[in-house]
Design a protein around this ligand. Structure first.
Ligand SMILES: Nc1ncnc2c1ncn2[C@@H]1O[C@H](COP(=O)(O)OP(=O)(O)OP(=O)(O)O)[C@@H](O)[C@H]1O
Ligand SMILES: [Mg+2]
Length: 227
C-alpha cells in the first residue's frame, strides 16, 4: 500500500516536471520559429540576418539551460543566481515579444527610473518570468492596448512592474492565479505564473498581482546587487 502511494507520488512529480518543461520550451521555440520565418520570407540585410541568427542561438542556449536544470533536479534543486542587469534582461524580453505585440497592435513601453540596476537572479530564469508575464498581458490586451515595464530601485531592492491596461483579473480568482494548473484559458496549462513565482521566490524575491477593471500590475521585488 505504502509502495503504491510512493509510486503515485513519483508519477505526480514527474507529471509536474513534464508539464513545466513543455510549458517553458514553448516560448523559446516560438521565438526561434518566428526568427527563422523572418529570415526565410524577407529580403534582409546581412546585419539583420546576423541579429536574428543570434536570437536563434541565444534561445537554443536558453532551452539547453532549461534541460540542464531539469536533469540536475534530483541533486541540485535551486538555480544559480548571480548579478544580473535587470534593464538589459527586460529589454531583451521586449525584443523577443515585439513581433507578437506588433501582430496584436499592442504598444510596448519600457522605463528604468533608477539608471542601471542589478539584482541577484539568474538572467535566463528572470527572462523566463518576464516572458510569462508579458505573454499573459499580450493575450488579454485589446488592439491599441499597452504593456508597460517599469524598473525602480532603492538601496536594497529592485522592483519591476509589469503593467497592462487589459480587462483585469476578477477579484475572486486573484488568490488562485499562482496555483499550478490554475487557468481560465481553454488552451492554457496554468503553469506560467506558478513557475514564475517559484523562480522569484528561489532568488529570495517576491511577486504580487493587483488588478482593477482598468488593468493589472505585477510587481516583482528582487534583492539588489550593487557592486
Ligand atoms: N495580465 C493578466 N490579465 C488578466 N488575467 C491574467 C493576467 N495574467 C494572468 N491572468 C490570469 O491568471 C491565469 C493563470 O495564468 P498563467 O500564466 O499561470 O496560466 P495561463 O496563462 O492560463 O496558461 P499558460 O501560461 O500555461 O499558457 C490566467 O489563466 C488568467 O486567468
Ligand atoms: Mg500564461
Amino acid at each position: 500500500m505504502e509502495q503504491k502511494q510512493a509510486r503515485i507520488e513519483k508519477i505526480a512529480v514527474l507529471n509536474e516536471i513534464t508539464s513545466e518543461v513543455a510549458h517553458e520550451i514553448r516560448n523559446p521555440l516560438s521565438i526561434i520559429a518566428t526568427s527563422a520565418e523572418t529570415i526565410a520570407s524577407k529580403k534582409l540585410s546581412a546585419r539583420e540576418i546576423e541579429r536574428l541568427a543570434n536570437d536563434i542561438q541565444e534561445e537554443t542556449e536558453r532551452m539547453s539551460g532549461l534541460l540542464k536544470r531539469l536533469l540536475s533536479l534530483p541533486t541540485q534543486k535551486t538555480i544559480q543566481h548571480s548579478r544580473t542587469d535587470i534593464g538589459e534582461a527586460v529589454s531583451r524580453t521586449f525584443k523577443f515579444i515585439s513581433q507578437k505585440a506588433q501582430e496584436k497592435q499592442v504598444h510596448l513601453e519600457f522605463s528604468c527610473e533608477s539608471g542601471e540596476c542589478y539584482a541577484m537572479i539568474n538572467r535566463e530564469a528572470f527572462i523566463q518570468v518576464c516572458l510569462n508575464l508579458s505573454l499573459n498581458a499580450i493575450e488579454v490586451l485589446p488592439e491599441n492596448g499597452t504593456l508597460k515595464a517599469v524598473i525602480k530601485a532603492d538601496r536594497d531592492t529592485v522592483d519591476v512592474y509589469i503593467t497592462d491596461n487589459g480587462p483585469g483579473i476578477p477579484e475572486n480568482i486573484i488568490p488562485r492565479i499562482f496555483e499550478p494548473f490554475f487557468t481560465t484559458k481553454p488552451e492554457g496549462t496554468g503553469l506560467g505564473l506558478a513557475i514564475s513565482k517559484r523562480i522569484i521566490n528561489e532568488a529570495g524575491g517576491s511577486i504580487k498581482a493587483a488588478s482593477t477593471a482598468e488593468g493589472t500590475v505585477f510587481r516583482i521585488r528582487l534583492p539588489g546587487a550593487e557592486d
